[in-house]
Design a protein around this ligand. Structure first.
Ligand code: DGY
Length: 420
């Protein structure tokens, strides 16, 4: 436990990190490892900026939406300028939007933060959010058109789309892919970060193969849906879109926008979310849409249910069980599973952003675990800095450092000075 002067210093350091990573209108996740604008990182950056610079917060979301495709899709990376420290770049992706971009999306957190920031300062924010609302609506509609399965759950079509690149949930569906013709390529991520904290070559070959597949059909949604062997109904995408869709509706009603259809879509997503409950695991889980097989994984994404307004006693029992094994936040994979690796990216580490989404969801539903999730996140950051992610057992910082979204979550939620 530090004293308040220490927390003030950490707040100042978090603000410094946001400025450090600010490239003028958008914020990179961290220099070097991720030198572009990433979709959900950017929405978290807006949350961080909103704690001290409202205008800059709205600019972040506005810049993100400049990358929106005609279909409504908002890409997961916007390549505002070329930087050869990252692979795969715009030449590999061949996105078809208004500015160079990737061809897949990411969890739809932007509307969650648009509502939060608007409610913080409704008068000053009204015009800004009015201009964004139809764009967010079009993006959510695109999800409903192209990413739902028959049950109403939202699917990922590339492991990077859920943001949880190498989570064990993708192991079986990725194993079915033979990455023929992927050829030689040079990874850049492992020159910035210890390879033991990053996905393996097995994973990367398949990531690149899937990028090439999308590019080969010009990212045409219908064509790609017909040929893509990777389609997994995912708790990250489903719970987050459900939460964001509720926020979009509330925001639209407050602003007097045309909200027709949103309530029906929420009902579809609620059914989809419940379809992710694996009766053998007794928990929310990912489901391979191609084979119908469950992943059989308790992951941090399972615990996003409360944010989406869905309570479940058995999932809460899993949360209690995994939290009893760790000290620095919700592990991305079950620490009692043989596939748990505490330092390897999404196969075990604790991520401040997931902790925030889980903790704020628990708090909104009045669940007793909410404070514990926040306290763990606070401890990870106060003892180990603004790392990309943390070993949930030891708190060791892992991945990139001076990380935008960790700083943002600190300012908006984990700091004792945070309002939320
Ligand atoms: C990466 O490059 O590791 C990213 O997670 C892809 O979005």
């Amino acid at each position: 436990m530090k004293d308040m002067a220490d927390y003030d210093a950490l707040d100042a350091e978090a603000r410094r990190i946001l400025h450090l990573n600010d490239r003028g209108g958008y914020t990179v996740p961290t220099d070097g490892l991720y030198p572009y604008q990433w979709n959900w990182d950017s929405a978290f950056a807006a949350f961080g900026f909103a704690q001290f610079d409202l205008d800059r917060a709205w600019v972040e979301l506005e810049t993100l939406m400049t990358g929106q495709w005609a279909s409504g899709m908002v890409p997961h990376i916007l390549f505002h300028q070329v930087d050869d420290r990252y692979f795969p770049g715009p030449d590999v992706w061949q996105g078809v939007g208004p500015i160079p971009s990737s061809g897949i999306t990411q969890p739809a957190v932007a509307a969650i933060f648009a509502r939060l920031i608007y409610e913080q300062a409704p008068e000053e924010s009204r015009d800004r959010v009015m201009a964004l609302w139809p764009k967010l609506r079009a993006w959510h509609r695109w999800f409903m058109d192209w990413r739902t399965d028959d049950a109403g759950a939202i699917c990922v079509t590339h492991p990077w789309e859920a943001g949880r690149d190498n989570t064990p949930e993708w192991d079986a569906p990725l194993k079915r892919i033979d990455p023929q013709g992927v050829g030689e390529y040079t990874r850049r991520d492992t020159s910035h970060v210890d390879p033991a904290m990053r996905p393996t070559k097995f994973d990367y070959d398949r990531y690149i193969w899937l990028v090439n597949l999308g590019a080969s059909v010009g990212w045409d949604d219908a064509k790609l849906k017909a040929i893509n062997p990777f389609r997994v109904a995912d708790p990250t995408m489903t719970f987050i879109l459900l939460r964001a869709h509720r926020d979009l509706l509330a925001l639209g009603e407050a602003l007097g926008c045309d909200t027709a259809g949103i309530a029906d879509e929420i009902a579809v997503l609620e059914a989809g979310a419940r379809s992710l409950w694996n009766p053998e695991l007794r928990c929310f889980d990912a489901r391979d849409v191609v084979t119908g097989d469950w992943a059989g994984c308790v992951s941090s994404a399972s615990f996003l249910c409360w944010g989406a307004g869905i309570d479940d006693a058995e999932t809460a029992a899993h949360l209690d069980r995994v939290m009893a094994k760790v000290q620095y936040g919700v592990p991305s994979h079950d620490p009692e599973s043989p596939r748990f690796e505490p330092k390897r990216y999404w196969r075990g580490p604790s991520w401040a952003i997931m902790n925030y989404l889980i903790g704020s969801g628990l708090a909104a539903m009045g669940k007793p675990q909410a404070d514990m999730v926040r306290d763990h996140t606070r401890a990870a950051i106060e003892h180990h800095g603004f790392a990309e992610y943390f070993d949930p057992l030891t708190g060791d910082p892992a991945g990139g450092s001076t990380f935008t979204w960790t700083a943002a979550v600190w300012l908006g939620w984990a700091s004792p000075n945070a309002r939320g």
